[in-house]
Structures are given as C-alpha cells and as structure tokens.
Design a protein around this ligand. Structure first.
Ligand code: F6P
Length: 357
C-alpha cells in the first residue's frame, strides 16, 4: 500500500495532467494498492492541508487536457521561511500535513522555484519525487521540460500568422515570446517560423545591428521583417548595468515590455513603421502537443517506478535521449540557459538570422 501526495506548483503548462496520469497509471497497473491525496493550488494546499482524495478515475480522460486538475499557484521560495500573516511556519506546516496523512511520498510537478522548495522538503526528511514542467525549458538537469514543445507550437503558429500579414503590408513586426530569463522558446519558435531577427536574453543586442539587418533585407527587396523577441531580451547597454541599476531603470520605463522599447528604437532610429504582437499566456494554454503527451507520460511512469522502488530525492529528467533520475540538490537553484556558443545558435546564424550581436 502506497499513500501518495500530488501537487502542481508555479505557472501552469501543457501536459501537467498527462504527467500525473502517468504516475498514477504506473502505480495502479503495477497492482500496488494506492491512496492518492491531491493538494489544491500547489504548496498552498500542502501548507494549509487543503486536499482531495483522488482515485484512478480522476486521471482518466485527462491525457489531452491542458492546465492542471489540481490547480496551481506561486509560493515564492524566498517567502517559504517567512511565517504567514497568522504566524504559521510554512515549512513546519507542510511537514506536519505530510506526516499527519502518513504519506509515503510527495510527487511535485514544477519549474525552478518549485524545485528549490522541493529540495528543501527533501532535506527536511520528506520523500520527494519531482517532474520538470515549464514552457521555458530552463530547468537544470534535464534537456527538456514538458510544456516546452507545446508552447513552441503556439508561439510558432502566432509568428506564422503574423508572417502572412507582414508580407502583405510590407511591415516590420515584433512577436514577443515568453521564456522568462531564457531564450529557448524564442529561439525555437523563431527558427521554426522563419523569423529574420531573434533577440534572446543570453545574447544582448545592439539596436544598430538590428536596424542594419532590417536595412539589408530592404536592400535585398524584402519589404517586411519578422523579429522574435524574448520577453527577457536585453540590450548591450542594459546588460552592462548592475542588477540594482537595471531594476531602477525598469521602474521608470515607459514601455509595457521590452518589445515596445525595441519597436520604439527601430522607429526613432530607423524611421520604420512597426507593430508589436504579444501572444502572452496563450503560450501556456490549450491541450498538450503529441510530443508533450508522450514525454510527460514517460516521465510520469518513471516517477511511478521510483516510488514503487522507494527511490526518493530525485527529479525525473531527460538527458541524451534517456529518461534519467537527477538528485534534487543538483537541480535546485540553477538555471539552464542557451549558450551563445551552442551549435543551434551557430546554425541559425548560418541561415542568416540576426541575433543583434
Ligand atoms: O515560467 C513560465 C512563464 O510563463 C514565463 O515564461 C513567464 O515569464 C511567466 O511564467 C509568467 O508568469 P505569470 O503567469 O505569473 O504571469
């Protein structure tokens, strides 16, 4: 008999349900008797003892459904040791609820912040297995996170749609792509949709180089240009500022996001008419793409196997085309970023894509 807790934390993404279904299917198919406690809205549910008892039936028919049947919320790691407004010690509360329910293991699905707390709980003696979710693909220890490929599909489709109208009007368009502080999503969606200029946080841009790339296209007879700009893209000047200076600057920025700043600079310096499109949270929505359904199911089933074997303290990840277990302490607190030296960046440059560097 295994008593399992499940929770999804942080921003949602596609295939969270597929991953949980994978865990539960693996456990039930094994013949092991299982009791499943689903904590509502992420760590909040564990802190305040808000859970639902679930059965295999709750996981039936959810492979293709986006979002999370458990709900999610952000509980920032930096506040986890700060007592709540009633003086409740959140870490102690989570431990108490875990022990009160006599759980054998807690399965946590999340991204970077979530993994810091998962590692803390593991160090506090709870049996933890985690699964890597995020559209950003920025989690250390795994080559891929589920949600990423689905988001690439959506962002690509958004840029594809912009492409046709940009070509008809001979316009310059920026499509702003999510990804927080990393550029995987923008790089992949940008390449998939034939963007001419791709700006990512890992390669600070020089606006003159961006304008030069637009001008070159004009000289070659292309009246339109598509820029895929990561929401975390940064100029060379801003990248040279200290964190504090940059934060101060952003406080007084008149622009809603970086794309509007880039657009304004292109307009002012280059004299071009330019439009900005921000697909925003659509990139996290809808049903998972087939890749993510398969991938999340594989990760989920491996998590189930770890639980059956009593192997705890791991994230189930993917490295060199193999599903692997990665110690939580190796994952927590590290960001996986695009290397400017990566072969995909070099290949993109060989295709004529400008990174503004
Ligand atoms: O981490 C996933 C992500 O979608 C990022 O790409 C984005 O920066 C952030 O979450 C948006 O967060 P929120 O949903 O809290 O606005």
């Amino acid at each position: 008999m295994k008593r399992i807790g499940l929770l999804t934390s942080g921003g949602d993404c596609q295939a969270l349900n597929a991953a949980m279904r994978g865990v539960v299917k693996c456990l039930t198919v094994s013949g092991e008797k299982v009791e499943i406690y689903g904590f509502i809205d992420g760590y909040k549910g564990l802190i305040y003892g808000d859970f639902r008892m679930l059965t295999g039936k709750d996981f039936s028919g959810i492979l293709t459904i986006g979002g999370t049947i458990l709900g999610t919320s952000r509980t920032p790691f930096k506040t986890i040791r700060v007592p709540d407004e009633n003086g409740l010690d959140k870490v102690e509360a989570m431990k108490q609820n875990y022990h009160k329910l006599r759980l054998d293991c807690l399965v946590i699905l999340g991204g970077n912040g979530t993994h810091k707390t998962a590692n803390l709980l593991s160090q506090e003696g709870l049996n933890i297995v985690t699964l890597p979710k995020t559209i950003d693909n920025d989690l250390w220890g795994t080559d891929m996170t589920f949600g990423f490929q689905s988001a690439v599909d959506i962002a690509t489709h958004a840029i594809d749609c912009i492409h046709t109208t940009a070509a008809s009007h001979g316009r310059i368009f920026i499509v702003e792509v999510m990804g927080h502080k990393v550029g995987y999503l923008t790089l992949n969606a940008g390449m998939a949709s034939g963007a001419d200029i791709i700006l990512i946080p890992e390669i600070p841009y020089d606006i003159d180089k961006v304008i030069e790339a637009i001008e070159k296209r004009h000289e070659r007879g292309s009246a339109f240009t598509i820029l895929a700009v990561a929401e975390g893209a940064i100029s060379k000047e801003d990248a040279a500022l200290s964190k504090k200076e940059y934060k101060e600057k952003m406080k007084t920025s008149p622009y809603p996001s970086i794309s509007y700043e880039v657009a304004d600079q292109i307009k002012q310096k280059g004299g071009y008419d330019i439009r900005v499109t921000v697909p925003g949270h659509t990139q996290r929505g809808g049903s998972p793409c087939p890749y993510d359904r398969v991938f999340a199911s594989r990760l989920g089933s491996e998590a189930g196997r770890l639980i059956l074997d009593g192997e705890y303290g791991f994230m189930v990840g993917y490295r060199n085309r193999e599903i692997v277990k990665v110690p939580l302490e190796d994952v927590a607190g590290k960001l996986k970023m695009v290397s400017p030296e990566a072969s995909i960046v070099k290949e993109a440059k060989m295709l004529g894509i400008c990174f503004g560097d």
